[in-house]
Design a protein around this ligand. Structure first.
Ligand SMILES: [Fe+2]
Length: 328
């Protein structure tokens, strides 16, 4: 009787052998849930999704420390992925499937995270005011020929930090500073709070060129095919267009790393890649998988091959540079 009781007690005390898989994310829950359903159908494991903006998510992870229930961290930007890696919040995944699915430039060199989706942050122009043949590189937008013709989103925020960090990687800090200072000099109006408002300004002739994420333009064109703004992939004759994207890694605290890796493998299945990225006009991260939405018509492009972790390492320097040139 006593042994039966202690057996029952041990069952109660034992950590749940089949705990749910918990995902921390700054992605919309509705976008993650269909993937969770596929995972549950395949493994029998439930998935708990905890959605918060990145700063709150990071705060939560730091506060929970070793007791964090997180198994996976899924976030929207290379700046966040590299910060989480640097702070020790990921453990390496062991999966050749993941390694074979995503180009090494979009995976952490130590397998701490992998990209799930990507987009270009590239030149956008009003074809009624600019010929594509006049466009070339990010660097060229600092030229005096664009004086009073450039619109930018605010320099605060991960998208432009990552872009400026990539300029530091490809040009060195001094040259990158000259370029960004040149942009600020060329602004038509004060920086915009978001890409959508900035693209509307290009359409309305407030400025002729801008730098935006491809999915914002695609989202507008899906609603209004006559919207007079086009994407131009920058730096096609040298470094390639700057890309950024969402990515995921196994949380350092996870005791279910194999299961968590399985979730990542599902995220990288062709069908899941297409539905996940198609919903908001991003490009699949998976090698050789073309998007199925209207961005497919924009054609392929040369992407910057610098590793996202190398770019992420320059995010702090980029923040300082942005402040120094008074890019607000
Ligand atoms: Fe965005």
């Amino acid at each position: 009787m006593k042994s039966l009781m202690s057996f029952a007690l041990s069952l109660l005390m034992a950590p749940a052998a089949f705990a749910d898989l918990t995902i921390y994310t700054d992605r919309p829950t509705d976008r993650v849930r269909p993937v969770a359903e596929i995972f549950t159908a395949k493994t029998g494991q439930k998935v708990t999704i905890v959605e918060e903006a990145y700063p709150a998510l990071l705060k939560r992870i730091e506060a929970e420390g070793a007791n964090s229930p997180a198994d996976l961290i899924f976030t929207k930007d290379l700046v966040f992925l590299s910060e989480l890696a640097r702070l020790g919040h990921f453990q390496a995944f062991q999966s050749s499937t993941i390694a074979h699915s995503v180009d090494s430039s979009m995976r952490d060199p130590q397998n701490l995270w992998t990209a799930v989706s990507k987009r270009a942050r590239t030149i956008m122009y009003n074809p009624n005011r600019v010929q594509a043949s006049e466009l070339s590189t990010y660097e060229d937008l600092a030229d005096v020929k664009w004086a009073g013709r450039l619109c930018l989103r605010t320099g605060k925020g991960s998208y432009n930090e990552a872009l400026v960090a990539s300029l530091i990687v490809n040009n060195g800090a001094a040259k990158a500073k000259e370029i960004v200072a040149g942009w600020v000099e060329n602004l038509a109006v004060d920086p915009f709070p978001n890409d959508t408002k900035m693209l509307e300004a290009v359409a309305n002739g407030i400025c002729d060129v801008a730098i935006a994420n491809t999915y914002y333009l695609a989202g507008i064109i899906a609603q209004n095919p006559k919207f007079p703004v086009k994407a131009y992939f920058a730096n096609q004759n040298d470094t390639g267009a700057h890309i950024n994207g969402s990515g995921i890694g196994v949380a350092a605290t996870s005791k279910q790393a194999a299961l968590a890796s399985q979730f990542i493998e599902i995220l990288l299945q062709d069908d899941v890649q297409l539905s996940l990225t198609g919903a908001h006009y991003e490009y699949p991260a998976k090698i050789n998988l073309l998007p199925s939405t209207l961005i497919r018509e924009w054609g392929g492009f040369k992407a910057d091959s610098a590793n996202w972790s190398v770019i992420g390492d320059e995010a702090e320097a980029a923040r300082n540079l942005i402040r120094e040139v008074e890019y607000k």
